[in-house]
Design a protein around this ligand. Structure first.
Ligand code: SF4
Length: 268
């Protein structure tokens, strides 16, 4: 297989790392294709950011969807059994399958936005024709560099980073409680929609909730929100005390943070 016939595909998640990678790779590889696996359950801010990115890149982003069944149909087929970190059928059906279908049997380099300061590999297809590439690891690009790349491009960070630490569906179960509070305060209608997915099985009494041990109806109680905010402040204080003094802003961004766990295909 000649190098010329290999496709070059950069998967965007709507998050900062893959967006910065698209900026970084612009003009480095001719005929690069940009794809975004759209669950139809993303935040408006994500779609807006992708539009800005499209203008910057001067190239269309291809939106990939599971054309047979969307999230709601898939959920119905599972009798309301919500996806979770342990049973992540949403990623499988709404992200991986549409991506692999789009690639088909063609050989491609799949550019992935994992940074040099991360210890993970991201989504690796089991299909032999999809070859992962990690340009940020090769170039030693770290978190502070990603922020810098986006600042320099004029794109900045997606606006949801003001209250959320990752990209993905508005109801993503990887959210921390403080991010659910962020959703409640920034997108009340989406919070209500997320809440409507939760239910109790009338026969077994089993609760289907996004988070373990607490429903969204319980979480939105004013006292509970106060408690979550206080706990979040307390955690921030602990982190601040642990932080080394006299760090530059770039070094602060380089400090490990909690935005690196979660779904490896959705949150890059
Ligand atoms: S963002 Fe979260 S809910 Fe959406 S597909 Fe990925 S893991 Fe599932």
């Amino acid at each position: 297989m000649s190098e010329q016939s290999i496709r070059h595909i950069l998967s965007l998640s709507g998050g900062k790392d893959s967006a910065a990678l698209a900026v970084f790779m612009k003009d480095k590889v001719a005929d690069i294709e940009y794809v975004f696996c759209d669950t139809d359950k993303e935040l408006d801010e994500t779609y807006e950011y992708l539009k800005k990115l499209e203008v910057y890149l001067g190239k269309k982003i291809t939106y990939l969807r599971n054309e047979e069944r969307g999230f709601d149909e898939l959920l119905q087929a599972r009798r309301g059994f919500l996806p979770s970190p342990q049973v992540r059928w949403c990623t499988q059906y709404l992200k991986i399958k549409p991506f692999e279908k789009y690639i088909g049997d063609s050989v491609c380099y799949n550019y992935i936005g994992i940074r040099a300061d991360e210890n993970r590999k991201g989504y690796i297809s089991s299909k032999q024709n999809i070859i992962p590439k990690y340009p940020f690891i090769e170039a030693g690009i770290r978190k502070a560099d990603v922020v810098q790349i986006l600042e320099d491009s004029g794109l900045g960070l997606p606006s949801y980073y003001e209250w959320r630490s990752r990209s993905g569906c508005y109801f993503c179960f990887f959210q921390q409680r403080i991010e659910w509070v962020g959703l409640y305060e920034n997108h009340r209608e989406l919070y209500d929609k997320a809440m409507n997915y939760e239910r109790v099985d009338p026969d077994t009494g089993e609760r289907y909730t996004w988070g373990s041990g607490e429903s969204l109806a319980e979480l939105m109680e004013p006292e509970r929100i106060e408690e979550i905010k206080k706990e979040h402040e307390r955690q921030l204080e602990i982190q601040k005390k642990r932080a080394k003094p006299n760090l530059t802003l770039a070094q602060v961004f380089d400090e490990p943070s909690d935005d690196e766990d979660g779904c490896l295909i959705c949150h890059l």
